[in-house]
Unconditional design. Structure first.
Length: 462
């Protein structure tokens, strides 16, 4: 893949953060024949032209280095229906859950050198995203894709901007929305990343998928919002500025809390324009996840969507109230959550798995031509449950993420640092470790290992 040759992971994307709508140019072979000589011009809300936009970047990957690949990882998210994320948050942080829960990390993400993002196209438009790009070709059957008060012509790409309108106007920072509108008609696939601001793998997955697409060869439209929670991202925090978890407030409301309003804005302005949604997360709170989908297997449309991801593990979860995927599905837009690794880190192998499964999805949806088989053609369905620590102490794992275990296998040991009392945590069934806690101090009852049991068919997943 061309992008794998790119050494810098996040800078090209991050460089775009504070931008108002612009279009990015494709790699040379796809670039418009006439390159404008003037830099990008963007008209700010009633204040005139900003030229060129200010670039900002954040060095994320380096701050997360120095850790072994799978040994530690705050992980995220939606858990099987018998256990809410709030439970996990409360367990591992011994703190109030839900909207009052503290941020999982105070580590700041440091600024770094910005990489230039190609932006040679001349565009004009209003802040909310109107973009005019001259396409090389405009097939009769393809239509312009309207989004964020703008329109992306067939066979072109654009970088739009979404502004939830909750900040001080003069200081507001629009969130980049990347769009590739294909030359041929087809479905609209949306991808969201960093709804939790400290979850980095999804940001890179979306960058690779989006920038690898050739709009002239695409049927349909792909929309990527790499960093939904821009505030949290800039602070290395899972949460919004008011410490709420955005992924508990969808579809949001116009006159509710800050989180409600942000959720409402994203949902109305972007999500409702999608035909299907993949919301990318990582493990949270020092847990890591094998690349996997969380999908409501009771919904036939979601089941069908899940079949497109090739060999990725699929775990049934109906999703908690306020989750983006649940809200989208209830609005008639089949959605899944993709869980990839742990927060605060860039994990190449996990990212590859996520990218490959999304490429597979686009092929299965008839959006792109299938180049070759990535592996097993069908996803693997799992039922799952958590295995907990029986005593408090320091957790040391004996297994690695993705390991296949049998009933009775010692997964890890908890040692009491004061009494030296030790107890093993054993697998209570045959299965695979699809999620696990990193080594850390735990309390009795702490959910330490997420054990998946293979189901023969998706119908068997409960
Ligand atoms: Zn998340």
């Amino acid at each position: 893949m061309r992008n794998r040759l790119t050494q810098c992971l996040l800078p090209p994307l991050l460089a775009s953060l504070p931008l108002a709508p612009v279009a990015w140019s494709q790699p040379p072979e796809n670039a418009p024949k006439e390159e404008p000589t003037q830099p990008v011009q963007v008209r700010d809300e009633g204040t005139g032209v900003i030229d060129p936009p200010t670039m900002a970047s954040v060095e994320a990957a380096d701050t997360a280095s120095g850790e072994s690949e799978d040994s530690e990882a705050p992980a995220v998210i939606e858990l099987p229906e018998d256990e809410s994320v709030e439970d996990i948050a409360a367990e591992s942080q011994n703190s109030p859950a839900g909207e009052d829960a503290p941020a999982s990390s105070d580590d700041m993400v440091a600024p770094s050198d910005a990489a230039d993002i190609p932006d040679g196209n001349t565009v004009t438009g209003d802040r909310e995203g109107s973009v005019e790009v001259i396409p090389e070709t405009r097939p009769a059957q393809a239509k312009p894709f309207p989004l964020l008060s703008g329109e992306v012509l067939p066979g072109t790409t654009a970088r739009l901007a979404w502004s939830p309108g909750i900040q001080i106007a003069g200081l507001s920072q629009p969130t980049p929305v990347l769009v590739v509108n294909g030359d041929k008609p087809g479905p609209v696939l949306c991808m969201t990343g960093a709804v939790h601001g400290d979850e980095l793998n999804g940001i890179e997955i979306i960058r690779r998928v989006i920038y690898e697409l050739d709009p002239e060869a695409l049927s349909g439209t792909v929309v990527g919002i790499p960093i939904v929670n821009l505030q949290g991202f800039q602070q290395g925090s899972r949460y919004l500025a008011d410490r709420r978890d955005l992924n508990r407030y969808f579809p949001g409301s116009e006159d509710g809390s800050l989180a409600h309003r942000i959720a409402h804005s994203l949902f109305e302005q972007v999500i409702l324009n999608c035909d299907m949604l993949v919301d990318i997360h990582t493990g949270s709170l020092k847990r890591t996840n094998l690349p996997q989908l969380r999908a409501d297997m009771d919904n036939p449309d979601v089941v069908e969507l899940s079949k497109g991801f090739d060999s990725m593990v699929v775990v049934h979860s109906s999703g908690g109230s306020g989750m983006l995927r649940k809200a989208a599905t209830e609005a008639g837009i089949p959605a899944v959550t993709m869980e990839v690794g742990e927060s605060m880190r860039i994990q190449e192998a996990h990212i590859d798995a996520g990218v490959n499964s999304l490429i597979s999805l686009m092929e299965k949806q008839g959006m792109t031509a299938r180049l070759f088989q990535w592996g097993a053609p069908e996803p693997v369905y799992y039922q799952s449950h958590w295995i907990r620590a029986n005593q408090g102490g320091i957790l040391f794992s004996d297994v690695k993420l993705g390991a296949y275990v049998t009933e009775g296998t010692v997964l890890g040991t908890v040692s009491d640092p004061i009494t030296n009392e030790q107890s093993d945590i054993r697998a209570d069934a045959d299965g695979r470790i699809i999620g696990m806690a990193v080594d850390q101090v735990v309390m009795a009852g702490f959910a330490a290992y997420h054990l998946g049991s293979r189901a023969e068919t998706e119908e068997e997943v409960e």
